[in-house]
Design a protein around this ligand. Structure first.
Ligand code: ADP
Length: 470
């Protein structure tokens, strides 16, 4: 923090483990609440200078950080695979995706515009300035250790905000290296301060309660997001919340079967299913259901479990024992309630926290898997008859982050875009995340958007100035 690496004030550390072996990879400084406030002090001290730094300079630093992320692609990918478990090819994919937020917002930094207008009565001129909201506290999850950080840091820095960043304690290493890359890119001291901590609540509460903080941005579970919103309410903080999902994936009779299967594999098994965008509930129309289930299950049986560092691995470990217990519990509950286990459904007898890729067909109403974010490699298929029924089933959830739909009927696609309660829709595609478009949810999936120009708006506020006629 404040431009220098330092131990935690109490001297404590916590271990970071490799989920594919259980072995300790590194010991990381365990920031105390005092360290958190010291990080905020640094961010507050740097705020004015950073806000008045020329946009081109801010842009150049972001761009250098993007270039450095690519130069260090192998290091970043290795760190992600070691601490989080995903296969190396996917980690490289995350370097490409995650760094794109640095490039995109380096381009946006020089395009922050205001407004100058005659007022409707014709008796004055209004000017609207856009200025950075102020110091930001960013809390990120473990599933995309790089991208979840860049998605917040990129727009915050572009807008002229300074940042205190708290990575997930399960995966702090990638984030720490990213922050080091920013230092090498020439970011001034105090603009970005990282505070890993095992006790997120104790660290965060005083930061959020501090009146100098002006913005809270969080990606994680809905219960934690909701608790943070309550804390943020005390000081009326600007907030962005990327919370849980329960994505429906609809396959209609007229879908291209091969395309739907290939995309569904990505929507479900990318990141071992540990993504808030992962397809959680498959709804397949009766006419195509047997063919789709058979083709998908055949592909699922080709997946190879292993350490993310091993060649040929397509399914890494889940993040920890709790994640395995959760997946296993959801599968057992669904089977007890009448689902058919087509493939998988087993824990894996080897070190690390693995669960076999699983397909459940004919999942019955009332099964926990339909209302719970699985966060694991489990496909849950329910069959439906009419488009109306498909839409009703898809919308029958408190969440609304992303939906996927497969149909070759363009007008049906239009109807789905208008009627599905979702912030994002993958129409005949299984991956929607892209730095150039607004990522975010409706209903209990969150508030605000990340990526695109909208992502920058989250870190800006308007100041309206009224002037008389010239
Ligand atoms: P997940 O289930 O993905 O771990 P969480 O919502 O528990 O999601 O965690 C996401 C991030 O929020 C992590 O960085 C975690 O340390 C942090 N976090 C968890 N609980 C709290 C809390 N009470 N206050 C602040 N941050 C928290």
């Amino acid at each position: 923090m404040a431009g220098a690496w330092r131990p935690a004030s109490g001297g404590a550390t916590f271990p970071v483990r490799d989920p594919s072996t259980g072995e300790v990879l590194a010991e990381v400084a365990d920031a105390t609440p005092e360290d958190g406030i010291a990080a905020l002090d640094a961010a507050v001290a740097a705020q004015e200078g950073w806000a008045s730094t020329p946009p081109r300079t801010r842009s150049d630093i972001l761009r250098r950080a993007f270039d450095l992320a690519h130069e260090h692609e192998d290091d970043l990918a290795a760190l992600m695979t070691l601490e989080m478990g995903k296969p190396l090819a996917e980690s490289r994919g995350e370097v490409a995706y995650g760094s794109e937020f640095l490039r995109w917002f380096s381009e946006e930094a020089v395009r922050i515009s205001g407004d100058y207008r005659t007022n409707p009565e014709g008796t004055g001129r209004g000017i609207v300035l856009r200025r950075p909201v102020g110091p930001v506290y960013a809390i990120t999850p473990w599933n995309f250790p790089l991208a979840m950080a860049t998605r917040k840091i990129g727009p915050a820095l572009a807008a002229g905000c300074t940042v205190v960043l708290k990575p997930a304690d399960l995966t702090p290493l990638t984030t720490l290296f990213l922050v080091e890359l920013f230092r090498r890119a020439g970011l001034p001291d105090g603009v970005l301060n990282v505070v890993p901590s095992r006790d997120a609540k104790a660290l965060s509460e005083p930061i959020i309660a501090d009146r100098r903080l002006r913005k809270l941005t969080f990606t994680g579970s809905t219960p934690v997001g909701s608790a943070l919103l309550k804390q943020a309410a005390d000081n009326v903080l600007k907030t962005s919340m990327e919370l849980g999902g329960n994505a429906p994936l609809l396959v209609f009779d007229d879908a291209d079967l091969d395309e739907a299967v290939a995309a569904a594999m990505q929507a479900k098994f990318r990141n071992v299913g540990e993504a808030c965008t992962a397809a959680n509930r498959f709804f397949v129309q009766e006419g195509i259901a047997d063919a789709f289930t058979a083709a998908l299950s055949a592909k699922v049986e080709e997946l190879r479990i292993g350490r993310g560092t091993e060649d040929g691995t397509t399914i890494g470990p889940l993040i920890d024992d709790r994640a395995v217990d959760k997946a296993a519990g959801l599968v057992d509950d669904a089977v007890q309630r009448g689902a058919r286990l087509v493939t998988g459904g087993e824990r894996v007898d080897r070190p690390g926290t693995f669960y076999t890729p699983t397909v459940l067909d004919q999942v019955q109403p009332g099964s926990d898997i339909l209302t719970t974010e699985i966060f694991g490699p489990v496909v849950s298929i329910t069959r439906f008859t009419t488009e109306e029924e498909g839409i009703r089933l898809a919308n029958d959830t408190e969440y609304g982050l992303v939906a996927y739909a497969f149909t070759t009927d363009f007008r049906r696609g239009q109807r789905l875009a208008e009627r599905l309660e979702t912030g994002m829709l993958g129409l005949n595609t299984g991956v929607v995340s892209n730095a150039a478009f607004p990522f975010g949810g409706v209903k209990s999936s969150g508030l605000g958007r990340e990526g695109s120009h909208e992502g920058l708006e989250e870190y800006l506020e308007s100041v309206y100035v009224l002037t008389p006629d010239p």
